[in-house]
Design a protein around this ligand. Structure first.
Ligand code: ADP
Length: 191
């Protein structure tokens, strides 16, 4: 059985940071769609040029583009035993697409980790990350608000989707605390 996991949560919930520890714990590669898009921006690829304005605006990249990028990544050798996906799926159609994709390969998700962080904390973290990482989508309060709103409107329904399906364990974890505390909570939840 393959081990395909998701780490899920609003912008600045700590997905990327915690994914670094969780991938070691699960012994699977970490695949972040946000990181992949940023690598395309940095490399000035055609895809990078295509998504540049969308990322800067805080909107989601169209599913057709994102799903194709993920499909290509999931065909690579290193992720055949499993993967920790971060930032994908980000809406219910992407979640349904992923289910179909995995089913086509004779597998399905093994677990979903949801990081819970309240809005005020998210905004404070995004403001400090804007300074440290020079991410333009973190610096503008309107873009930040749109990303939080988009998460609530489009991404959060994925949690209900998985809960209603009842096929995959959904581990909801309090994402407020020190990095070590949150890491411990995630590892305890995932087992
Ligand atoms: P954060 O979780 O802090 O918002 P990410 O690095 O996960 O940041 O994503 C940055 C941006 O990349 C998103 O605001 C969005 O424009 C784009 N993106 C990442 N993943 C997806 C996805 N699954 N579907 C559509 N757009 C995505």
């Amino acid at each position: 059985m393959t081990r395909h996991y998701l780490i899920f949560g609003p912008p600045a919930a700590g997905k990327g940071t915690q994914a670094g520890a969780l991938k070691e714990h699960l012994d699977v590669p970490h695949v972040s769609t946000g990181d992949m898009f940023r690598a395309h921006l940095k490399g000035s690829t055609e895809l990078g040029r295509q998504v540049q304005d969308i990322l800067a605006s805080g909107n989601l990249v169209p599913d057709s583009v994102t799903n194709q990028m993920v499909a290509e990544r999931l065909r690579e050798e290193d992720v055949q035993g499993g993967v920790l996906l971060d930032g994908f799926p980000r809406n219910v159609p992407q979640a349904a697409w992923l289910d179909g994709y995995l089913a086509g390969r004779g597998t399905r998700l093994a677990g979903v980790v949801v990081l819970r962080v309240h809005d005020d904390e998210l905004k404070a973290r995004l403001a400090s990350r804007a300074e440290k990482e020079n991410r333009s989508d973190d610096a503008d309060p309107e873009v930040v608000q749109l990303r939080i709103d988009t998460y609530k409107a489009q991404s959060e329904p994925c949690i209900a989707y998985y809960l209603e399906q009842g096929l995959v364990p959904v581990h909801e974890v309090d994402g407020v605390g020190s990095l070590d505390e949150v890491r411990e909570r995630i590892q305890t939840a995932v087992g």
